[in-house]
Design a binder for this molecule. Structure first.
Ligand code: ZN
Length: 176
């Protein structure tokens, strides 16, 4: 009797954790678009409620609440495998980065040495967490993208590391 109960419990736990893992993967995966999305021509302003409707909870947490995705997660592994293409803002579609400026920093988050479209990427000083960092934002929707670090000794044209949350990006593969 006891064994049967344990078995049932184990089965339930298994089903539950599998469902959770699937849900997590769905949320974490970087979006991939078939066609280049329509870029915004002016500032994109939405209420929190409106953002919640168009973003996944994880995208909302990162883009709108300055969250950070887990390092070396599914998104990062996906990012490393991606070939030529463009990275748009998952919130407003503005073109932010491209595979041309992508480099392997080994830090666990998508890294670029420069934005693809500089006017769509802004930076500001971030003093949260008790230290001074430079926050990177989408200029069109003010979404939080990540941080930029300089002078770390990476062998790239700028020696800057735009350390970006992949969840906030939409990848558009280049047409062959
Ligand atoms: Zn944006």
């Amino acid at each position: 009797m006891k064994t049967k109960f344990t078995l049932i419990l184990a089965a339930i736990t298994l089903v539950f954790s599998a469902a959770c893992a699937e849900e997590k993967n769905k949320e974490k995966a970087m979006e991939t678009a078939k066609e280049a999305p329509q870029e915004p021509t002016e500032k994109v302003v939405k209420t929190d409620e409106e953002w919640k409707k168009i973003l996944t909870p994880e995208q909302y947490r990162i883009l709108r609440k300055s969250g950070t995705e887990a390092a070396h997660g599914d998104v990062y592994h996906e990012f490393k495998k991606q070939g030529e293409g463009a990275y748009h803002c998952a919130g407003c579609n503005a073109l932010l980065f491209s595979s041309k400026e992508k480099f392997d920093s080994g830090c666990g988050w998508p890294s670029f040495y420069d934005p693809a479209k500089a006017q769509n990427v802004t930076t500001k000083t971030d003093t949260s967490g008790g230290y001074v960092r430079t926050e990177v934002n989408c200029a069109k929707c003010d979404g939080h993208l990540g941080h930029v670090f300089e002078g770390e000794g990476f062998n790239t044209p700028t020696d800057k590391r735009y350390c970006i949350n992949g969840v906030g990006l939409k990848f558009v593969p280049a047409k062959k």
